[in-house]
Ligand binder design. Structure first.
Ligand SMILES: Cc1cc2nc3c(=O)[nH]c(=O)nc-3n(C[C@H](O)[C@H](O)[C@H](O)COP(=O)(O)OP(=O)(O)OC[C@H]3O[C@@H](n4cnc5c(N)ncnc54)[C@H](O)[C@@H]3O)c2cc1C
Length: 509
């Protein structure tokens, strides 16, 4: 017989069920990752008392596991962009992000982000987060050196390149090797504690507490086996990450992501924050969307190859960001997908790759490769004949791969099987969450707000809304940026501070 647990994130407790408050604070933050640390810092600096509740023994969350890439620019350019001659206007950043996330992008959030992103870079630097003044002009998922600035999305790929002035905006935190998110979180945790934030580790938020008017009054947490009632005078800020580790929620909301084989995140990505928001009338939106990637570069030489479906046809410009390529594969109706490369490109793939795709055919001629792959006669032959003919002229009228990556594919050829579910590495995480204002205030279905409730990072539907439009750096950028706004707004409701951050920004160019 199944037993309903007493405490369930999907069921809020009523205020009258609470006998006493064990902890009282102005602002309670759930989760000590990227969004939570920034919410806590800003709320504390606004003068609020702040308590953070983190389920695990250390701060960090997925932010600490991340590459530490932060997507920033606009306002003329960050100091690193400017050093390398990349002037980046707010309008260019705004237009690019709108194009990436249309039609479900949130214009108000993208506007706030575009206006505040360069100042957010300065803020991170002020917190001690190191960024090297360097530009790495290579096609990489994240720098494996301690370099900073990279093109980390579709800036130089079609169709963006035809509409938006390209600028590199991926700013990787300085650390030799991959995984610089750990350095970012070390600094954000330190700064939060120095600002007077009280952190409770090994302390899971169980459910919200709501009053008769539907306002959030606090939450219940479990620490050392005891349930504690926490009163939050200003509000509760939910920064508990997304739901990529909750298979039941994935089946319910975003089943297509389960075609990937590597949910990336931390074990706390159970969707508890989203469920808590839903339990008090909050609306969850964009829940079907996720980052779904085929990280086929480095080596960048694979970009010279082509990807075909089971009809031997191309369907994407292979110089697109790896997340777009993965998402487009998900959207196609095909049983199989193959990366076709020449021997040169394959050589560098062997030396270094994340994709882990198997070689399933080789051919001294295109006909031989086509036969070995079991493709209908002359489909791949026709595709390559057309591709090579135009590539020789530096053109790709079918998929618009840019001239930089066009060269005819010479035999012998190799085919890698990149069909989801057949071994190739497909990491994914969720992009749906609570519907919030740019201030982090949680909205209900009728557009009204849940008083006292805020959400940020992947618990909210933020700036990144589409797998197709995702860029490396936009999730950590959005989590840290939105966390700051939510912290300020919650502190303000507790009577501390002066209001949302971007309103205080000097006018952007
Ligand atoms: C390997 C990897 C690499 C990545 N690289 C990048 C990158 O370079 N750039 C980028 O933009 N994005 C990257 N991402 C994605 C990005 O890291 C995350 O989407 C983002 O950091 C999420 O931030 P967050 O603050 O919302 O959540 P998190 O940083 O995950 O913080 C959530 C916290 O909430 C805690 N929590 C959850 N439930 C509860 C509860 N009930 N009670 C108390 N605490 C709770 C968790 O333990 C966690 O500490 C990467 C992700 C991974 C996994």
């Amino acid at each position: 017989m199944s037993q309903t647990p007493k405490f369930n994130p999907a069921r809020a407790m009523q205020l009258h069920e609470i006998e006493r408050w064990d902890i009282e604070t102005d602002v309670a933050v759930v989760g000590f990752g990227g969004a939570g640390s920034c919410a806590a810092i800003e709320a504390a600096r606004a003068g609020a008392s702040v308590q953070v509740f983190e389920a695990f023994s250390a701060a960090g969350g997925s932010t600490a596991l991340s590459g530490g890439e932060v997507y920033l620019g606009g306002s003329g350019g960050t100091p690193v962009q400017l050093k390398f001659g990349f002037a980046d206007s707010t309008e260019d950043l705004f237009n690019y992000l709108m194009m990436q996330h249309a039609p479900q992008g949130d214009e108000a959030k993208i506007r706030a982000y575009a206006e505040g992103a360069a100042a957010h870079f300065d803020w991170l630097v002020q917190q001690g987060v190191p960024f090297k003044e360097s530009f790495l002009d290579e096609r990489v998922v994240e720098p494996m050196t301690d370099d900073c600035l990279i093109y980390s999305g579709n800036e130089k790929a079609w169709p963006e390149v035809a509409h938006c002035k390209p600028a590199p905006r991926g700013h990787a935190v300085q650390m030799e090797g991959m995984g610089a998110g750990a350095v970012l979180m070390q600094h954000l945790e330190r700064v939060a504690l120095e600002a007077g934030v009280h952190a409770h580790y090994d302390c899971r938020a169980l459910c919200l507490i709501v009053d008769d008017q539907g306002a959030v009054a606090g939450l219940v947490v479990r620490q050392d086996g005891r349930e504690l009632a926490v009163r939050a005078r200003g509000g509760v800020v939910l920064c508990a990450g997304g739901f990529v580790m909750n298979e039941e929620m994935l089946r319910q909301y975003a089943p297509q992501l389960l075609r990937g084989n590597n949910p990336i995140g931390n074990p706390g990505d159970t969707g508890a924050g989203i469920q808590m928001g839903l339990s008090v009338g909050g609306l969850a939106i964009n829940m079907h969307e996720g980052f779904f990637s085929l990280p086929f570069y480095p080596p960048s030489t694979l970009t010279y190859g082509i990807i075909v479906n089971d009809k031997g046809q191309r369907f994407i410009n292979e110089d697109a960001y790896h997340g777009r390529v993965g998402t487009e594969i998900l959207a196609q109706a095909s049983e199989r997908y193959y990366f076709i490369v020449d021997v040169d490109a394959y050589g560098s793939y062997e030396a270094l790759n994340f994709m882990a795709a198997d070689v399933v055919a080789t051919g001294d001629s295109v006909e031989e490769l086509e036969q070995e792959l079991g493709l209908p006669a002359r489909t791949l032959v026709n595709t390559l004949e057309t591709y090579n003919r135009f590539a020789a002229q530096g053109e790709d009228p079918l998929c618009h791969k840019q001239p930089e990556w066009l060269r005819p594919l010479e035999t012998p050829l190799v085919a890698l099987d990149v069909t989801p579910g057949r071994g190739a590495f497909y990491p994914y995480f969720t992009l749906g969450g609570l519907d919030t204002l740019p201030s982090g205030e949680v909205r209900k279905a009728d557009g009204s707000l849940v008083p006292g409730l805020y959400a940020a990072g992947r618990t909210a539907a933020g700036v990144p809304r589409r797998g197709r439009g995702y860029n490396s750096g936009i999730s950590v950028g959005d989590a840290t940026f939105s966390g700051r706004q939510a912290g300020i707004a919650a502190a303000k409701r507790a009577g501390c501070g002066s209001g949302p951050l971007w309103e205080r920004r000097p006018a952007a160019n």
